[in-house]
Design a protein around this ligand. Structure first.
Ligand code: 5AD
Ligand code: SF4
Length: 428
């Protein structure tokens, strides 16, 4: 978003390029033929988004030059862990983690089941330290538009399931384009997610039109539309979409089948793999807290996400939603979610891990605590207020501030207070 620092191209090698941010180099994919060494660019999610005129870049860099160092130092200092002594059973696992050795499923399970408060704190702090060592203070903030709450499916947990008695809405392609343009120009987002229920009213043609128009605004576009034929996703890629958000929801097929009638686990996993082959940046992950889920399932969820090698990990707690069969499920504890973020960081040290809005609903500190437990990405909702309440996936959605600009300002303030800076996170 506003928050992305321009970088300088230092090397071009076919479709790959190296971009430099104050001495730190990141590899990005470049689809433009007129980019040359020495050009200034904005990059997001490992993609070159657009060229920035030198004058504009230098002005922005002047501002960031002073801030960048200060932020980086702050982040580093916050990640220095003068922490207490872990318990004996934790020591060998932590050693392995610090020596960048792979942690086993059994060890992840032991960490997840840690009850000792001091040990729990050490786990979160260690994850933050690893995040800092790998990504430094680089973070990324994406905008999200929820453009339709129609869905043909009836997932038991979801507040916009087909049978839920909610007021439905659909934005027209031109309305979506207008909101997207506003996100790009008024709010300066560089990456935008277009999300809806599985709503086939949006045909390939309509979606391609929206994407083509928004691509002209120099946005990295993600779509989150659910199951569609691979060919549709190929067409949307050709139209300019570059990312997909698609959680597999749970690695436990029994739970999957019991929660997602008429949908198929294998089809979903296969589609995620196909999307990667097409060239999409993929964000995937799971829900925490579905009925009958065990701690072992949670670890399996982390490991399946790792196996899929996504560019971004996205998981969040189930928030029981009124008028759904799961309305009375017990809420997931924030501590559990923070531990899962940390464990994900241990399982895949260079992962990009999102703090999802569902986590933010747990309490007002959850966003900050997530970022301090190993997470390094955020999303901000840019759906207009009037519609946003209708996109009711779950109750009491975090809308700490309905006003988008205020929400952005608060997020930037939070990130700065933690020393995080918006340089692109680069290819893995
Ligand atoms: N609580 C939290 N997340 C939910 N989702 C759907 N329903 C809920 C709920 N009640 C998530 C699913 C889906 C994403 C778009 O929203 O994981 O993939
Ligand atoms: Fe539809 Fe997704 Fe909700 Fe399932 S989780 S009902 S597919 S919007």
């Amino acid at each position: 978003m506003c928050y992305t620092i321009p970088g300088k191209i230092t090397k071009i090698n076919g479709k790959k390029a190296i971009v430099e941010y104050f001495g730190e180099e990141r590899e990005i994919l470049n689809e433009f033929s007129d980019i040359k060494e020495g050009d200034f660019v904005y990059a997001q999610g490992g993609y070159l988004i657009n060229k920035v005129p030198e004058e504009e870049a230098l002005e922005s860099l002047k501002f960031w030059k002073e801030n960048f160092k200060t932020l980086k130092e702050l982040d580093k200092n916050l990640a220095v862990t003068g922490f207490a002594k872990p318990s004996d059973k934790l020591i060998p696992i932590l050693k392995k983690i610090q020596n960048k050795k792979e942690v086993s499923k059994k060890e992840l399970l032991a960490l997840l089941e840690t009850k000792d408060k001091q040990d729990q704190e050490i786990i979160l702090k260690t994850a933050n330290q690893i995040r800092q060592q790998i990504h430094s203070n680089a973070s990324c903030v994406h905008g999200i538009i929820e453009f339709s709450n129609y869905c043909r499916n009836n997932c038991y947990y979801c507040g916009i399931r087909k049978d839920a008695p909610v007021e439905r809405y659909r934005l027209s392609p031109d309305e979506i384009i207008e909101i997207g343009k506003k996100a790009a120009h008024k709010y300066n987002f560089k990456a935008l997610v277009l999300q809806s229920g599985e709503d086939l009213w949006y045909t390939e043609e309509k979606l391609s039109y929206i994407i083509q128009e928004l691509r002209k605004e120099n946005l990295l576009l993600f779509v989150s539309l659910g199951i569609r034929p691979k060919e549709t996703y190929q067409k949307l890629f050709a139209a300019g979409a570059r990312g997909v958000l698609m959680r597999f929801e749970t690695a436990n097929q029994k739970i999957f089948d019991s929660m997602r009638p008429q949908t198929d686990f294998e089809t979903r996993i296969q589609l995620i793999k196909d999307l990667q082959k097409i060239g999409y940046i993929v964000a995937t992950g799971f829900l925490v807290g579905l009925p009958n889920e065990t701690n072992e399932d949670i670890v399996d969820n982390i490991l399946l996400t790792k196996e899929l090698q996504p560019e971004m990990f996205s998981f969040g707690p189930l928030i029981p939603s009124q008028d759904t069969p799961l309305k009375d499920e017990p809420p997931v504890k924030k501590e559990t979610m923070l531990k899962i973020i940390a464990l994900t960081r241990f399982a895949e040290p260079d992962a990009n891990i999102l703090v999802t809005t569902a986590l933010e609903t747990l309490d007002e500190d959850a966003k900050k605590e997530g970022l301090m437990a190993g997470a390094n990405s955020l999303m901000i909702n840019v759906t207009p207020d009037a519609i946003r309440n209708k996109y009711h996936i779950y109750d009491n959605r975090a809308q700490n501030d309905k006003d988008i600009q205020k929400n952005i300002d608060q997020t930037i303030k939070l990130m700065q207070s933690l020393g995080r800076a918006p340089s692109d996170i680069g290819l893995k």
